[in-house]
Design a protein around this ligand. Sequence first.
Ligand code: NAP
Length: 309
Amino acid sequence: MSLNIQFLQLLQESQIITAAIAVFAIIGAFFISLKTLSFLKLIIDVYVLPGKSAWAVVTGASDGIGREYAMQLAAAKFNILLVSRTASKLKTLRDEIEQKYEVDTKMYAMDFTKGTPMDYGNLRDMIEELDVGVLINNVATNHEIPTPFYLESDEIIHNIVEVNISGLLKVTKIVLSKMLPNNRGLIINCGSFAGSVPTPYLSVYSGSKAFMNQWSQAIGAELKSKGIIVENVNTYFVVSSMSKIRRPSLLIPLPKPYVKSVLSKIGIPGGASYYPFNSNPYPAHALINWLISNTFSWSFWVNYTLGMC
Ligand SMILES: NC(=O)c1ccc[n+]([C@@H]2O[C@H](COP(=O)([O-])OP(=O)(O)OC[C@H]3O[C@@H](n4cnc5c(N)ncnc54)[C@H](OP(=O)(O)O)[C@@H]3O)[C@@H](O)[C@H]2O)c1
């Protein structure tokens, strides 16, 4: 009788042990399957699926410095949205970028001096579909020649304000609506020495770049905690149609080395401590900026630009 009971107990124990082994085997198989699936996903992500690149929006992209930003960002595998005035120049650039760098591109031709609500609406719709990581606020217009303010045409004054200030604000606001939810982004504002040293006879341009400088400091502080970097790139002369300088020199680079300096030194502040969101990435420009800030008086430099213009 006691032998039977012992036998039954043993049988029960072995059944419990078998059940426990089965449970552990199921759990083990479950974990092995999970790990196998995760490894397969890794292989597919790394070797099979194409990379999902972020987009860079470049204004004034069809020429000069803006064109170079578009090329170098495409070389770094950003998809590019080109925004500028002349559709034919944009098409040529778009084809060149797609052929050379195999990234996606979009273009939107608009004249920022007119900047209609329809234009900004179309731009918003285009940007709505893109994962935008970088904005290059490059578009700008200038006085045709140095001119006393009271003699400057109303049209040129209007154009500088519309392109350099209204366009800047409107495009940035549209792009921010895409950057903020992702908590990441880089906004490069193409600043000028004319924005820090008042430039007589180019007064409206100089004022518009001073606006850009001050506004960059304000939004830079607002956006820092949201993972968005703002840089007002303080720039002396660069060879371009706007500067009307045709040949590079020690102090005046071509757009290519200038943009290379900017993109290789993102996040390194330059210049006065009260402008924490300024940078001076091109070495020769940084030296000139240091000279201006540390040698003669402010009125000396204003008189210097007065004489130059
Ligand atoms: N070059 C310098 O020495 C220098 C110095 C300091 C700061 N910056 C700044 O750097 C930026 C680029 O200057 P850049 O010298 O490269 O100028 P740029 O060679 O004259 O090129 C200007 C770009 O902006 C576009 N654009 C001009 N007016 C427009 C408008 N109304 N609507 C739409 N697009 C317009 C032009 O388009 P199109 O193709 O139709 O002409 C072109 O793509 C500017 O913000 C400028 O203030 C330049």
